[in-house]
Every structure is written in C-alpha cells, then in structure tokens.
Design a protein around this ligand. Structure first.
Ligand code: NAP
Length: 279
C-alpha cells in the first residue's frame, strides 16, 4: 500500500498533520511497535504526554521507523502537578530526556491548574519555547474563560486547544472561541473511546461510503476542520483511521452527525477538570 498522508492544518504559525496517533495507555513494546507501524504507513503526528509514561517508547519507535525527525510532528503535555514554573521546566527537561529529543514540535499545558495562577504556568510554557525546547506551544482542556486568561498572559502564539470532540458531545462554544484566536482544535477521544462502533447513525452513513463508523467519526471531525488523534495499536485500525481523505460526507450526513451532539456525552471528566462551558 502506498503511504497515506494527512493534509496539514495551519494555525498561528504551526502546520499540523490533520490526523495524529493517540498513545494514551500504550505501553512498553506495544507502544514502540505501534509508533513504528504508524509512521511506516504514513502517520506524521504523534501525541504523547508526561502522564502517559510512554515517552521513551514513543522516541524509540520514532528512531526505529527510520522516518526523518523533521517529518514528524511530536506533541507532549505537562500535567497540573507541575504547574509552578520551576516544576514545569524540570518536567519539560525530563520529557525531552525520555524522548531523547532536543525539542518537541508542540508542548501543551495538559490541564489547567486549580491552584496555580494560569499566568505563571503560561509564563513557563513561553519560556520553554524561547529556550528552544519546543517549536510551538498550546493548551489542552481550556474553556472559553481559561482561553481568555491564557491569551492575556502569553507572549507567544498559542497554536492549539486540545479538547474532547466526537459526534456525541457539543463543544461549539469552545471550538468557536479557539478559532477566534486562530488556534487549531485537536480532537481527543475522537471515536468516543470505542463507543462510535455500534452507533446506528454512524454505521448507516459508513455503509453508504464503504467506510467504518470510526472512519465516519474521524471524517466528520476532519470536515469540521479539526485534528483528530485516535488511539489504537491494532494495525488494521491504524490504517483505517488514517484512510479518511478519499470520501466526503454530504451536508445532510454532517447535519445528522451534528444532531448526535444533543447527547452531550463527555467521556473524560476527571476531578481536576475545570468547570466546562455550558452548551
Ligand atoms: N488532552 C487530554 O486530556 C486527553 C485526554 C484523553 C485522550 N487524549 C489523547 O487522545 C487520544 C485518543 O483518545 P482515547 O485513546 O482515549 O480514545 P479514542 O481514540 O476515542 O478511542 C480508543 C479506542 O477506540 C478503539 N479504536 C481505535 N480505532 C478503531 C477503529 N478504527 N475501529 C474500532 N475501534 C477502534 C481502540 O481499540 P483498539 O486498540 O482495539 O483499536 C480503543 O479502545 C489518546 O490516546 C491521547 O493521546 C488526550
């Protein structure tokens, strides 16, 4: 099979491949192999985090793949227990050491801290960029109000907000607020952590295009201009999840998928989550 390629999304100076590979829960050799497999079939965007405990394996998979470092967009994220500037800087250095890279492409604040003022963490994020430890910076799980705070504090452009998006949740407000700032929206849990297969609406639309429900969900997000980062270590699913650029959902199909937003099902809602935007 010739390598599949995702187009690039431009946002505040960054160019981000429109499908990324999620790696949460992938560990040890499974993670190394999945990253290597993904890069071999054309993925050029890998999403990891200090919290996932797999940066060593992501870096190892990257090196084993033989794909040039500068062709791959690598994101990592720093958790709120390192929201104070000194802790943040220490964890960034640890991430780079784990990945065995001098620099990542995108560094994110993984969750807003409930105790440390946003401006302190944003300051540390900007410093990581000016010191060359990352090419771009951004945030994750930021609400419209938190985006305002982050933009008031930052001295560098924030290129993305990584948030939960799939057909079963309404994220219109925060997507609009992110877009207004020129930020890309990276969609995590894009197949609702496995709940998409089995959905009657997605199955039916998929059949009409010869595609799976997972592919319909990813295509829906792509047509909204978002950047989904599905996670799998299953080679057939890896291929399937990148193969969403050869069909187009009609306006009617997009509207039917949009109607599923009314469920407003949030999959990721830990105790440290902020007060989410209301629909
Ligand atoms: N910023 C944040 O706070 C945050 C939070 C959560 C997640 N994330 C990021 O987003 C990524 C994706 O989220 P997620 O991993 O929680 O959920 P997800 O990608 O929505 O779902 C993963 C599940 O879907 C299954 N799957 C994947 N492709 C499939 C396909 N083509 N057909 C059928 N089933 C398929 C996988 O099973 P198989 O392994 O069997 O394929 C796995 O059980 C994470 O890995 C992480 O990188 C970020």
């Amino acid at each position: 099979m010739s390598a599949l390629k995702a187009p690039l999304v431009e946002a505040n100076g960054a160019r981000i491949p429109q499908i990324g590979m999620g790696t949460m829960t992938l560990k040890d050799e499974v993670c190394v192999q999945a990253v290597k497999d993904a890069l071999a079939i054309g993925y050029r965007h890998i999403d990891t985090a200090a919290y996932y405990g797999n940066e060593r394996e992501v870096g190892h998979g990257l090196r084993l793949s033989g794909v040039n470092r500068d062709e791959v967009f690598i994101t990592t994220k720093i958790r709120p227990d390192a929201a104070m500037p000194d802790d943040f800087a220490r964890v960034v250095d640890q991430c780079l050491e784990n990945l065995k890279l001098p620099q990542v492409d995108l560094l994110l604040i993984h969750w807003p801290s409930k105790t440390v003022p946003i401006k302190l963490t944003v300051g540390a994020l900007c410093k990581a960029k000016t010191e060359g430890k990352t090419r771009h910076i951004g945030v994750s799980n930021f609400t419209t109000a938190l985006l305002d705070e982050a933009w008031a504090a930052t001295t560098e452009p924030l290129v993305c907000n990584q948030i939960e998006v799939h057909p079963f949740i309404n994220q219109d407000k925060v997507i609009a607020a992110s877009r207004k700032r020129g930020m890309a929206v990276v969609a995590y849990v894009p197949i609702a952590r496995g709940k998409v297969p089995g959905s009657e609406v997605l199955e039916k639309i998929g059949k009409a295009h010869g595609k799976s429900p997972a592919q319909v969900s990813l295509r829906y997000l792509v047509q909204l201009g978002l950047i989904p980062i599905p996670r799998t270590a299953t080679p057939a699913h890896l291929k399937e999840n990148l193969d969403v650029f050869d069909f187009v959902l009609s306006d009617g199909e997009m509207a039917a998928l949009k109607r599923l937003n009314a469920n407003n099902m949030r999959v990721v809602n830990p105790p440290h989550a902020p007060v989410w935007d209301t629909v």
